[in-house]
Each structure stands twice: as structure tokens, then as C-alpha cells.
Design a binder for this molecule. Structure first.
Ligand SMILES: *Cc1c(COP(=O)(O)O)cnc(C)c1O
Ligand SMILES: [Zn+2]
Length: 419
């Protein structure tokens, strides 16, 4: 951790030592942000040395990550502490595609798709959960717990299973079957809560307090976002450190967009990129408390959780401060999309790119399309759209988007009448 300075409260500015079991500010309960010594990073690693690394996972950016030096295997000797020796899933270095056909269809000059559905448990949340497992190991914990709309849960369960941790996981009853199936398969203790995500979160917080489990709740644990930011490191590296004008992502709790912004700012501060992209924050029309706050220039207020995009159906966001900061600081734009527009974007990603996204995974792309259509962004702009989760997680909505196949008798005669 010799590149980490400390953790600073985004609300009151109080500084905290970056211990592995850090949660929220001890003074005011605000969310903490990990601070780095960028001069030191700059001295230790530059873009050219980074490009030569052979570790094709999120850990290739070790100088920018808040883990102890010996928690990762030493690249030269392969050795480290017992934490480094823990088996782990290969998280990160997800595919990055230039999407010319999709760009043409939506009237945009340059579009890239970063497919984070191609992670071991099939969502971007693996980046946060992989970090949580390492920090839990550093803290000497045996059991990790979280509440989640689904993907944080399934990613924690999978990453913890690989490393040999026990997990307690709280999900709202509405979580799609694919995600719950993953939890059960990874051997988690699963508690399905009859209530909203808000109810689920509250129960998990009380249980974590009572049983002393390691806390992987979004926003409470400041290290999670440090894992999520690695998606931006990869995007920048995959663009050879020449950033696009915009980066689009879907927003629920706000940790992902906050992490995306932190990643780009880290690279900017360490001199790897010479300009920052503007963020496109995309939410569902039926649940858009963050975007509404930006659009109306007011504080955020709770909303109902009314969308098929379950991963971003978050009426009471857990990380509004960092999300709002990220959008404002980047001079970002906000777009809300309907469920029909999300389903259309799922079809479009599938048909033009061969990328299969869950509803929240395609929401960013739905937002890009709408932003071009409504003139919010210029047709000659360059954009990266992050696909945050795989469509295999939510087959019911995929069928809703794409329809049913042709079903016939096994006969050429019948087939000919259809082709
Ligand atoms: C969690 C999640 C998001 C949104 O991330 P937040 O940190 O909640 O804003 C978007 N898409 C998918 C697939 C997710 O799982
Ligand atoms: Zn504080």
C-alpha cells in the first residue's frame, strides 16, 4: 500500500488511516475516498511499462490499487503473503470492441463497447468483489456479507468461493432467477427478503453489526469502488491512452459511475491521459433519483423502484454524493430511458455486436442512442458504452426483448413455407 496516503471523508474531510476493515467516516458517517500519492505512482510506473505487463486481469494496475504490496504475487518471484496465495478468479481485462455497425445505426461517428458481462460471474461487480475478498483476507476475516440487487451478491459469492470464504447474502425477493441460481451454486448462505432493496439493505446492515462479518455493502466499504475503477484503466489502455469524448454507464447506487470517474481521474493525475471524458449517466425513467437531482439542480430524493432493469432499480441510492460529484465534475450529461428503450438496446447490441446484455447492462447503450437522437451529444462525438452485465442472468427479460423462435414440425416442406 505504499501508494496509498489515507482515506478522506467526502462529506466532512476527516482523514482516516487506510486499514483493511475501513467502512464509513467515524466522525460523520460519510463515505470515504482512498487517496493516492500520484507522484510516487508516476515514478514507479508509466504507460509504456504498463503495456508490457502480461497479467491480463484487474491486478495489472497494482500501483493504483489499495492492497498491501505482498497481497499480490510478486511479478518477478511469484511470491507474496498468504493473501497473495489465495486462489482467485480471473477478473477484468474484459473485451473492448469498436462497434461501427451499431454506431451507424444510431447515427454516431465512433462507438466502442466495453463488455464487462465477460467476467467470471458475468458482471462488472466482480471487480469490487475481487477487491473485497483481498481486503477481507488482509483484515483476517473468515465470513463476508452483503446485500444486493443481485450482481454484487453473485459476484461476492463466486469470488469468495474461489478463495475459500463463507458468505451471507441478502437479496430482495424480486432478484432474477439466474442471479439467485449463481448464489446457490457458489454455496452462499442466501437470505431472500420479502421487501424492497432498501429493506434488504437495512436488514443486512443490522446482521453485519450483530455478527461481525466483513462488510461488502456498496458504498459502505470504500475499497469496492477502487476495484470498480479498474474498468476505466482498461478502457484507457485499450484506447492506447487516447480518451474518447464520452463514457456512458448505467447508474443505480452510484458506485459504478463513481468508480469509473475515479479511475479516469487517477490516470489523469498520474499523467497517463491528457484529457478526461465526459460521463453519460443513464437511469431508467421509472427510477432515476440521481439523474433527476442533476437535471433539476436539487438534492436527490427517493423514488419508486419501477423498471425491468433490476440491477439499477435503486430508489434510495447508497452512494449519491460520489455519483453526483462524478457527473458534475466531468461536465457530464444525464439521460433517462424507458423499459422499451432498454429492451430495444438489448436487441441492438445483440444484432449488431453479438453482445448479450442484461437490461441494466444495455441501459448505458440505450442512453447513448437517446442522447444522439435528442441532440444531447454531437453525432461526430466518440463514445465508450460500458455493458455492465450479461443477458444470461435474466433470460425472462431477454425473451421479452427478442421474442420466441419459429417452431415447426420436422419437415422440409413446412420449413420451405417459412424461409
Ligand atoms: C450494479 C449494477 C449497475 C449499477 O451500479 P451502481 O453502483 O449500483 O450504480 C449497473 N449494471 C449492472 C449490471 C449492475 O449489476
Ligand atoms: Zn466525515
Amino acid at each position: 500500500m505504499n501508494h496509498v496516503i489515507n482515506a478522506v471523508c467526502v462529506k466532512c474531510g476527516a482523514e482516516h488511516e487506510a486499514t483493511p476493515d475501513l467502512t464509513t467516516c467515524r466522525k460523520c458517517g460519510g463515505i470515504l475516498d482512498i487517496r493516492y500519492d500520484y507522484d510516487r505512482i508516476r515514478r514507479d510506473i508509466g504507460p509504456d511499462a504498463l503495456k508490457k505487463r502480461t497479467d491480463l486481469s484487474m491486478w495489472r494496475y497494482r500501483e493504483f490499487l489499495p492492497v498491501r504490496e505482498d497481497s499480490l504475487p510478486n511479478p518477478a518471484t511469484g511470491k507474496g503473503s498468504s493473501v497473495a496465495a489465495l486462489p482467485r478468479l480471473r477478473v477484468g481485462w474484459s473485451p473492448f470492441y469498436r462497434a461501427d455497425r451499431l454506431a451507424r445505426e444510431i447515427g454516431l461517428k465512433t462507438l466502442y463497447i466495453k463488455d464487462d458481462g465477460i467476467n467470471p460471474t458475468a458482471s462488472l461487480k466482480d471487480r469490487a468483489s475481487a477487491m473485497a475478498v483481498v481486503k477481507a483476507a488482509e483484515a483476517g476475516a473468515k465470513t463476508i456479507a452483503c446485500s444486493s440487487t443481485g450482481n454484487a451478491a453473485s459476484s461476492l459469492a463466486g469470488n469468495a468461493a474461489a478463495a475459500g470464504f463463507e458468505t451471507y447474502i441478502f437479496v430482495p425477493e424480486r432478484a432474477p432467477k439466474g442471479k439467485v441460481a449463481q448464489l446457490m451454486m457458489f454455496g452462499a448462505h442466501v437470505i431472500s427478503v420479502k421487501g424492497s432493496y432498501e429493506d434488504t439493505f437495512r436488514l443486512s446492515a443490522e446482521a453485519i453489526e450483530e455478527y461481525g462479518w466483513y462488510n461488502r455493502n456498496a458504498a459502505i466499504n470504500p475499497y469496492l469502488m477502487e476495484g470498480k475503477k479498474t474498468v476505466s484503466f482498461e478502457i484507457a489502455e485499450q484506447l492506447d491512452f487516447h480518451m474518447t469524448d464520452y463514457v456512458a454507464v448505467s447508474v443505480g447506487d452510484g458506485c459504478t459511475i463513481g468508480g469509473v470517474w475515479k479511475g479516469f481521474k487517477d490516470l489523469y493525475n498520474a499523467g497517463f491521459i491528457d484529457r478526461l471524458p465526459r460521463l453519460i449517466s443513464v437511469q431508467a425513467e421509472g427510477c432515476c433519483p440521481i439523474n433527476r437531482a442533476i437535471a433539476e439542480g436539487k438534492d436527490w430524493e427517493p423514488m419508486e423502484e419501477n423498471t425491468i432493469a433490476d440491477s439499477i432499480a435503486v430508489g434510495v441510492p447508497r452512494n449519491p454524493d460520489k455519483a453526483l460529484n462524478a457527473i458534475r465534475e466531468s461536465n457530464g450529461v444525464v439521460v433517462n430511458v424507458s423499459d422499451d428503450e432498454i429492451l430495444a438496446a438489448m436487441r441492438l447490441l445483440g444484432r449488431t455486436c453479438g453482445v448479450f446484455a442484461e437490461p441494466a447492462g444495455a441501459t448505458g447503450t440505450a442512453g447513448v442512442r437517446k442522447a444522439v437522437e435528442t441532440g444531447l451529444i454531437e453525432p461526430d462525438a466518440s463514445v465508450v458504452s460500458i455493458v455492465t452485465g450479461s443477458g444470461l442472468k435474466d433470460v425472462a427479460n431477454a425473451m421479452k426483448a427478442a421474442g420466441e423462435p419459429l417452431t415447426i414440425e420436422p419437415s422440409m416442406e413446412v420449413l420451405r413455407t417459412h424461409i
